[in-house]
Design a binder for this molecule. Sequence first.
Ligand SMILES: [Fe+2]
Length: 305
Amino acid sequence: MNAIARETAATSPFDLQAGDAWHAWRAARLERGMPAPDALCVPLTDAARPTAGELAALRERIRCHNLVFYRCGPSARELDRRGFADLCGALGFDRPDPHECADEDGISALQVCGAGRRAGYVPYTDRPLSWHCDGYYNPPERRIRAMLLHCVADAREGGENLFLDPELLYIRLRDENPDWIEALSDSRALTIPANVEHGVTLRAAATGPVFSVDPVSGQLHMRYTARTRSIEWRDEPVTRAAAQRIREILTEEGPGVLRHRLAPGEGVICNNVLHARTGFTDDPGATGHRRLLYRARFPQRVPGT
Ligand SMILES: [Fe+2]
C-alpha cells in the first residue's frame, strides 16, 4: 500500500478501524437527519429546463440526504420523456445506463405490461416491489450510482414508493453490531445467480459485497435486494444474521424511511438509495388510471453531489 492509499484508508469513515473519522461522519449525517417528503421537495417552474437556482436547490438536498423530490410547476406539469431526458442532461448526466428493458434513449417506461419480455419482471407488473438498490445484479464495474423516477400518471389506488438513505441504515447496523458491517462488506456476501432463459445466459452470476466504498467518490455504496428467491447469501451465521436484521429494519419502516406516493408531475432524483413500491390497481377503463413512471439510471452519482 502506498502513502496515498494508506492515508485514504486511515481517514475513510467506513473503515471499521476508523475512530475520529467515523464518529465525525456519523454525527454529521445524523444531524442532517431525513426531512419529510414535503420538506425535501423542490418546485420546478419548467422541469425540462431548471434554472441555476433550482439546480442548486436540488443538489443541496441530495448532498445532505442522497435524494430529493421535485414537483413540476402548474404551467409545465406535462413532462414527456424528451423533457425527462432534458432534465437528466441539465443535471449533468450523460446517457442512461443501457438496461435490458430500457428503450433506445436508455429511459424505461414503467407500467403494467401484460405480455412480452417485460411482463416477466416485477417492475412491469402491479405487484409490490421489495426493497432494493437498482443494479444489484450488475457486476462491480457496472454499478448504478444514481436513479431518477418521474411520475406521468398514477394508479387508481396504491403504488406508493418507500425510500431509505443507505447511510442511515449503515449507521444503525454499525451501532448495533460492527461485525455485521464486516460481514456485509465481504466480497462474498451476496450472490445473484445467473439469469438464464431457455438455456441462454442473459446475465452472468454476480457476487459482491452489500456495502463498499465507491472508488470514484469515496462515498458509501450499497448493493442490496430483499428478494428471497434466486438470492444466495454467504453461508455464514454472521452474514445471515446481518441480512435478517436489514429485513427487520426495512419491514418496520423505522426512522429515516420515507413513504411517498408520487403524483403526476412529481419525481425523485437520488444517489440510488434503497427503495420499494407497494402494489397498485390501475383502472384504464372507467377512470383512465394507468400508472406510468419514467426511470433513468446512471453509472455516476448525481453530478455536484
Ligand atoms: Fe428500483
